[in-house]
Design a binder for this molecule. Structure first.
Ligand code: NAD
Length: 499
């Protein structure tokens, strides 16, 4: 782990301008925005915001790189090499990326080193493997006016993909969008989050060295309401791949409806973690604790509704409270820190309002609930007990380290409570009964279910949800499907088949 002063020096090596058409562009940079360190509340960097001319320039250049340029002529094998090379370049700089994420987001570096960066590298390598395997099918079809036919399908890149990422894990979530789109042969224009743009800009600085031709990948930093909106409204964009809040997801869906452009929407969650009486309770408490406190709870799949069998309720609650008490809140650059700061003051206010609503609604505060008296956007790890599924803290996404514990009396009730949500992203089950685990997993309304382990990540698995959690899937083969159009080709043959 590097010292804070050393880490802050690193920021100076990161470019702070829009990157497109194969170069950095600060010339039109009338507008800038500051990136604030959530721990020190100090300015980390001032970044040039991409305006209308940049958005138009990036999308138009991406379009021509696909239609008439080198990128459109690059075959799958070459794309695979480039993606592998990019994965290598990121892996070699794991320490730099992880350090920048700690500064940008306020999260402990061990999380970036153990999860975000390995997952990022894995996603690029995994999709490098798909790049030369995007195949079609040969389909037997009926004769046409008595003449034989030969039919097959091909998968072609969707075109220019606008990728919009949130601040909680911008490197990894960025990779989940960029890697499948580039593997499929699309051109990607990335709009990183204004609160945490640094690692996306660092990624752009590696793209040329990885061998990608100009226009294959661009990064347009800027505010969501300005740069983001300009990008999703741009008619040259064929697909919008968005991860963020349902409110912004709705705007993306509206913009995409003009021209019926494709979307992948990865929105929020209010994911249940069900702890059955037969679970290994120590193991479950550890896992449930990670599920709600990892990344300061700023995780779309955070297991924020903790449903516990009444038979083990008291025992489990005690174990989980220990997990919360063991969290060491602090500066990511201090030895032993296990939880960092929330992203900004606005978000601290939002999470604090949710905590107040839990108290108002009569839930019992077991631990935490306060903003420590220190600099930085910190909130203590917080647990509420004796809550009901109708309380605001059980219904709305808090996106912070706040868990709501609800008791259940029967398997039926556990499933009903778990599924009684406006969201459907992820669910976790803790039980030693294999049959129950698989039956309940099938009954969960969620895009991903984990059994005896919270949210295992793997780029081979499809990722996404439904209801307010969004639509479409990224990762796995679904990631390739989501970035390609399937075309059917039928040839009517003039050469007769033998009778
Ligand atoms: P957000 O919706 O405010 O912002 C997400 C991104 O959209 C940012 O880059 C932002 O600049 C951009 N944006 C904002 N307004 C825009 C507009 N009008 N047009 C285009 N782009 C716009 O979300 P956030 O606060 O950054 O992230 C938190 C949310 O993201 C939470 O709801 C969380 O659950 C969700 N999230 C979901 C997943 C998932 O995989 N499902 C993963 C991480 C985060």
């Amino acid at each position: 782990m590097v010292a804070r002063s050393e880490a802050e020096q690193l920021v100076r090596t990161v470019p702070t301008e829009p990157y497109y058409a194969g170069g950095w562009d600060s010339s039109r940079g009338a507008d800038t925005f500051d990136v604030i360190d959530p721990v020190t509340e100090r300015r980390l960097a001032t970044v040039v915001a991409a305006g209308a001319a940049d958005v138009d320039g990036a999308v138009s250049f991406a379009r021509s790189a696909l239609d008439d340029g080198a990128w459109g002529r690059t075959d799958g094998t070459a794309r695979g090499y480039m993606l592998n090379r990019l994965a290598d370049l990121i892996e070699e700089r794991t320490e730099v990326f992880a350090t920048l994420e700690s500064l940008d987001i306020g999260k402990p570096g061990f999380e970036s080193r153990a999860i975000d960066l390995p997952q990022t590298v894995h996603a690029f390598r995994y999709f490098a493997g798909w790049a030369d395997k995007v195949e079609g099918r040969s389909i037997p079809t009926s004769a046409y006016m008595g003449r034989p036919t030969h039919s097959y399908t091909v998968r072609e890149p969707v075109g220019v993909v606008a990728a919009i990422t949130p601040w909680n894990s911008p490197t990894m979530i960025g990779a989940w969008k960029i890697a499948p789109a580039l593997a499929a042969g699309c051109a990607v224009v990335l709009k990183p989050p204004e609160d945490a743009p640094l690692t996306s800009l660092l990624l752009a600085s590696l793209i040329e060295e990885a061998g990608f031709p100009a226009g294959a990948f661009s990064v347009l930093p800027g505010r969501g309401a300005v740069t983001g909106q300009l990008l999703i409204d741009h008619p040259g964009v064929d697909k919008i791949s968005f991860t963020g809040s349902p409110e912004t997801g709705y705007k993306v869906a509206l913009a995409a409806a003009k021209g019926f452009r494709r979307t992948t929407l990865e929105l929020g969650g209010k994911s249940p973690q069900i702890v059955y009486a037969d679970a290994d309770l120590d193991e479950a408490a550890r896992g449930v604790g990670i599920g709600i406190f990892a990344n300061q709870g700023e995780v779309c799949a955070a297991g924020s509704r903790i449903l516990v069998a009444r038979a083990v309720y008291d025992e489990f609650v005690e174990l989980l409270v220990d997990q919360a008490r063991n969290v060491k809140l602090g500066d990511p650059f201090d030895e032993g820190t296990t939880m960092g700061a929330l992203i900004n003051e606005r978000h601290v206010d939002r999470v604090s309002r949710y905590i107040a609503s839990g108290l108002d609604d009569g839930a019992r505060l077991l631990v935490g609930g306060h903003r420590p008296e220190r600099k930085g956007y910190f909130i203590e790890p917080t647990l509420f007990a004796e809550a009901s599924n109708s309380m605001t803290i059980a219904r709305q996404e808090i996106f912070g380290p706040v868990g709501t514990i609800i008791a259940f009396d029967s398997d039926e009730e556990a499933v009903a409570l778990a599924n009684d949500s406006d969201y459907a992203l992820a669910a976790t089950l803790w039980t030693c009964d294999v049959s129950r685990a698989h039956v309940v997993a099938r009954r969960m309304k969620a895009g991903a279910v984990a059994i005896n382990g919270w949210s295992p990540l793997d780029p081979r698995l499809p990722w996404g949800g439904f209801k307010l959690s969004g639509q479409g899937r990224e990762l796995g083969w679904s990631g390739i499907e989501a970035n390609t159009e399937e075309k059917a080709v039928t040839a009517v043959l003039s050469y007769p088949l033998p009778r």
